[in-house]
Design a protein around this ligand. Sequence first.
Ligand code: ZN
Length: 642
Amino acid sequence: MSTGNEGLRFVRRAMAPAVVMLSLATLAAPPAAAQDPAPAPDATRPDATRWVWNLADLYATPEAWQAEHDRLKGQVAEVAALEAGFAQGPEAMAAAFDTIWTAYRAMSRLYSYASLRADEDVRVAENQARLQQARMLYAQLQVATSWIDPAIIALGEPTVRGWLEQEEGLADYAFYLENVLRRAPHTLSPEAEAILAGTSQLRSSPENTRSLFFNGELPWPEVTLSTGETVTLTPSAYTLHRAAPNRADRQLVFDTFFGAIAGFESTLGATLDGQMQALQFETRQRKFEGSLDRALFSEAMPVAVYDRLIGEVNAALPTLHRYFRLRGRMLEVEDLSYMDIYPPLVSLDKVFTIEESIALTRRALAPLGEEFIAAYDEGVEGGWIHVYPQPGKRAGAYMSGSAYDVHPYVLLNHNDDYEGASTFAHEYGHAVHSILANRAQPYPTAGYSTFIAESASIMNEQLLSAMLIREAATPDEKLFYLGQALEMIRGTYFRQAMFGEIEREINALADAGEPINGERLTALYLETLRRYHGHDAGVMRVDEAYGVEWGYIPHFFYDFYLYQYATSIAAASWFAERIVGGDEATTRAFIDMLKAGGSGHPFELMRAAGLDLSEATAHDALERRMNAIMDEMEAILAEQGR
Ligand SMILES: [Zn+2]
């Protein structure tokens, strides 16, 4: 995607195919994956079909999908009519819930097929039309069930608790009911909720404006590189050429690209101000102290976790600066500048076929134990994964675990390189998570949070990376893996936390009713960027011209989304350290956390696994790992006399 400039494969997963599923989280759990074992891979199947997912596991034919769609459409009115008898007693409530969740469960499977089929080739109109049909039906189902939360709140907490105790049939819905009660102080009267819902399109206008402007109307400049090639610096061309090996090219690319954005500083500032006003509106209406409180409340994440992240990242800046000095040494650049952060330190020609990626990942994940590996083996040999790029196929990578009764599906664009292997380890880790959670949990609590999901999958990537570092055949190969691991920490931990810190500042201005404009955003961004990159300490020069970079970062529109990834990689480092170190109790607790699915809030689930994210523990583990990586790199460089 054009905004995928930060190298976060998980942003893709959470923002795109899951859009509909995410909003489902408020009612049904976001659906996950398989309960029925997958059909055994057919050994006679040729490779061409082996590495394409088999959507017939969902519906045998498009006609079967259409028939199911029509059946479900007929159910919408039935679900809406449940409102009348819902509050008669605990049994009526349990029966209504069963009908409603069964409808969502079928809806998720229906949506999965439409969405996966559409992603195989986004140019096929018939598939897009099917996806549109699925979206519309989903929206209808949502409208038909929008009465539930207010109806539960109207019953009152003592009644709901009493019914929960009396009626066994409500047990699977206990977490959901508790959550509705928890939200009650921030839930408005039905009339006010309706008004709020009516403003949602209005409130998404700033983000739409930004997207249209960036993807169509902003006039991108042309540059001629030292190779003689002339390129139009769109965001994707910028992402490619900012890593140019020639330093003068990088300078030209940076200066031209940010020069173009600077011409629209005021417009972009007003757009982001509009977004902040929109968030403020909901924050005030729902009676939260500030936008950060509101955003973190949805998953009961303590604000202390956010504050801890920003505090620990700032304390770890000397370690980041050590990395920049090492980078300067390896690139042989004395006066390191911000435009030197993207060129790779070492290149590697090694081929990682999908078969090798699967075998390597399996070996790397062995410390997770038999149960994990058994789940890993279930679908990895064919039919669950769409592996290779093809014309019209959706870019990026994701795992879809929405078909609870079938099995997870994974989309890759595998290129036989290290990045491909690492992406496979990450996405297939999500698939295993879905298998474990779905088997252990009933449908209403199977869907897990992004927070737990990313911690687990980033950990899988780290285990793969650690194994490849250990087994590297040459010092240069080892340096490559070490350099990649360092870059992952910079991009996922430090950079996302920096955005998180800026986002907190911008929202705090809005909370206080202070004006936000382009000039002010540039000053705030430049100050933070320089602090993180050691400008004043002489580590890396950050030219004033780059202060407008905020205008290019779409994530400031995502409502406190990025802190999850920075925190997740720290959590992953803590788990990886212990699991690789043979800590069996933590390994068991980690697997139990995966199996817990969405039966608890992520902060509590992680604390039950032994990690309290409001403390420094996870961040310390990440910093230790980063320093150990650099120790190893410096030892290799010293041996090579570099
Ligand atoms: Zn992910």
